[in-house]
Design a protein around this ligand. Structure first.
Ligand code: GLN
Length: 343
């Protein structure tokens, strides 16, 4: 009488364990960031776009036109500090607009995330990154810290009496994100400083509308210096991975920004990281990202990894052609889209 009952019960438990096991395995497979999977995704994207000849180097800053267009490097750093790369990860290009993310992080930490929202706003402008029309539309409000007007304003908000105090804080913030002392590319700085009259005009407008409250030319110059910091693909991936890891560099273990401010910063990257193509990018990848006219793009898969690609030729919106394609492929292969339902 007892024996058949026991067998029936054991069978049910076995089936349940099997079903649960399959479900758990399915979940794990959906998020597995194994060495094999990551290396395969990086290699495939590298090869697929190596021969792509689209876009052109930025040339409105003379030094950028001279950068080797063939530089092409991909790096990915996981939140547990593993570093993967393919291609050229030695060449340094100027960080350019990607620096805006890290200056914004510093201002958020010093003055709270509301300080940016209240001063220049956190909305996409739908205009080019150095648009003057976008400033005029709402008198310098309803913008964001990732376009030039917002970034120069954010730079002016960094606390410090002297130029050196402000620059010192900005520089060490960038270094903490990257996990090494980043160089300043003097030739880029000089070239941009000699030709940045448009950014000076933008800063003066932001001053006129009351968003910048100290010397607008000083803010422009410090901003220009920040844009001239040299980075390789690995540095950029490390900076992105620090954001993916809630503000703590996953290799050095050093906190680069307060974890409570990371969600707001990622939200601005999602809204405005690729200028007026930000919507298209988010639609395709779901990833908060930021591009720079030096040819770099960083993207963040929160809690998983940071990824970066450097390739100087840009499309019409000012975003690296190869970097956009390679990052989209790699993230797709690794399940990086944070909006993707768990499989
Ligand atoms: N330094 C550049 C500028 O101010 C940065 C622009 C960019 O990377 N989009 O024009």
């Amino acid at each position: 009488m007892k024996a058949p009952m026991d067998r029936w019960y054991v069978g049910l438990v076995r089936s349940l364990v099997l079903v649960l096991g399959l479900l758990v395995a399915g979940q794990v497979a959906a998020v597995e960031l194994s060495k094999k999977n990551i290396e395969a995704a990086l290699d495939a994207a590298y090869k697929k776009y190596k021969g792509l000849q689209e876009g052109a180097n930025a040339d409105y800053i003379p030094a950028l036109a001279k950068v080797d267009s063939n530089i092409y490097g991909i790096a990915l750093v996981t939140t547990d500090g593993k570093v993967y790369s393919v291609g050229d990860i030695k060449s340094e290009v100027s960080i350019q607009s990607i620096s805006k993310v890290f200056t914004a992080a510093l201002v958020m930490d010093e003055s709270g995330p509301r300080s940016l929202e209240e001063n220049m706003g956190v909305d996409a402008t739908g205009q080019v990154f150095n648009s003057i029309v976008a400033i005029e539309q709402y008198k310098g409000a309803e913008m964001n810290p990732l376009v030039n007007a917002g970034a120069i304003t954010a730079t002016s908000m960094v606390k410090g009496e002297m130029y050196g105090d402000v620059w010192g804080k900005i520089e060490s913030t960038y270094n903490n994100f990257a996990g090494r002392k980043l160089p300043l590319l003097q030739d880029v700085y000089e070239s941009e400083a000699a030709t940045n009259q448009r950014n000076q005009a933008i800063a003066h407008l932001m001053f006129a509308y009351g968003h910048i409250k100290n010397d607008p030319l000083r803010a422009t110059d410090i901003y220009t210096r920040g844009c001239s910091v040299g980075v390789n693909a690995k540095d950029l991936a490390m900076m992105a991975a620090t954001l993916a890891n809630a503000g703590t560099n996953p290799v050095t273990g050093k906190q680069a920004m307060k974890s409570e401010n990371v969600p707001e910063l990622l939200a601005v990257m999602a809204t405005a990281g690729l200028y007026d193509d930000s919507g298209k990018w988010l639609y395709k990848t779901g990833l908060p990202a930021k591009s720079g006219v030096g040819g770099g793009i960083i993207a963040v898969s929160p809690g998983k990894f940071g990824i970066a690609v450097i390739s100087p030729p840009l499309d019409a919106a000012g975003n690296s052609v190869r970097a956009q394609k390679a990052i989209a492929d790699i993230s797709e292969a690794l399940g990086g889209n944070p909006y993707e339902p768990a499989k």
